[in-house]
Design a protein around this ligand. Structure first.
Ligand SMILES: [Zn+2]
Length: 275
């Protein structure tokens, strides 16, 4: 019986995946990072450059460290039930739509550090939201700490690639659970553009975490963090289904400061003045 590779099956399901035949090389840059790119069947020499590889390595390592720190912080509050602390509260209020001025029609209680009660276990309250955040962070962290695989977008060279894509994941990106990692396609990132654009390790890590939230946690894009007016309208349900919310909350938890992006490249995160 002939064996059909999963990627070929995926192409049948999603016509957009047909262009996935573009890359022809795979390189393992470290135990935690493999990349795929095109050397144009040997004609393209010296690509990716050492500077691009170094940036990808630093970005992947930073993404792993950020996610481990984010999970520890979520565990501290959700599992160990320690007090949130003002910084943690600000980060969750801003990035996960829990600020007092957000409309949250489905939330029964938004009390910080609410004491344990058996009744509250069945309630959709602040602790329920924080646990949803924790589960998402845990899944993203588990997967990218197991190993990151990045496929080059190669904007300048690849036929049909969007000129400004820094990263994306193919597929419907709405599948959660057991099959999300398999069905949602691989993480694509613009190796050359990120390096040429001055991306820091933090910025590359944000791209990886954002795309990993699509791939491994099946969330959508409601609004990007740099789209601040709309982003600040998110309720908790929209935030829980938004890749940038996980990415920026994780970066904020790692840095111990409420930060967000301010433009489409998000290279210089700013401290948020309005939680
Ligand atoms: Zn996205």
């Amino acid at each position: 019986m002939a064996f059909t590779k999963p990627t070929q099956l995926l192409r049948k399901i999603h016509p957009a995946l047909a262009r996935e035949r573009y890359t022809n090389k795979i390189a393992v840059l470290s135990p935690g990072l493999a990349i795929s790119y095109s050397d144009n069947n040997g004609a393209r020499v010296g690509y990716p450059t050492q500077a691009q590889k170094t940036l990808l390595l630093n970005g992947a390592a930073q993404a792993r460290a950020i996610m481990r720190a984010a999970v520890l912080e979520m565990d501290r509050v959700v599992i160990l039930r320690r007090p949130e602390g003002q910084t943690f509260t600000n980060i969750m209020n801003y990035h996960f739509g829990l600020a007092a001025n957000r409309a949250n029609p489905t939330l029964k209680s938004n009390v910080v550090d609410k004491p344990f009660s058996a009744k509250a276990l069945l309630q959709k309250d602040r602790r329920w939201v924080l646990n949803q955040v924790r589960m998402g962070m845990l899944s993203i962290s588990f997967h990218i700490n197991t190993g990151v695989y990045l496929i080059d977008i190669d904007n300048a060279v690849r036929p049909g690639a969007g000129a400004n894509d820094e990263g994306y994941v193919n597929g419907p990106a709405d599948l959660t659970g057991l099959f999300s990692a398999f069905k949602n396609g691989e993480i694509h990132a613009a190796f050359a553009d990120m390096q040429a654009g001055g991306y820091t390790a933090d910025a590359v890590a944000r791209v990886i975490i954002h795309e990993a939230a699509h791939k491994y946690w099946g969330v959508e894009d409601q609004h990007y963090a740099h789209d601040t007016a709309a982003y600040r309208q998110h309720d908790c349900d929209e935030s829980l289904d938004n890749a940038d919310s996980f990415a920026w909350a994780a970066l904020s938890l790692f840095h111990g400061n409420l930060i967000h992006g301010t433009n489409s490249l998000d290279l210089h995160p700013q401290v948020v003045a309005v939680p």
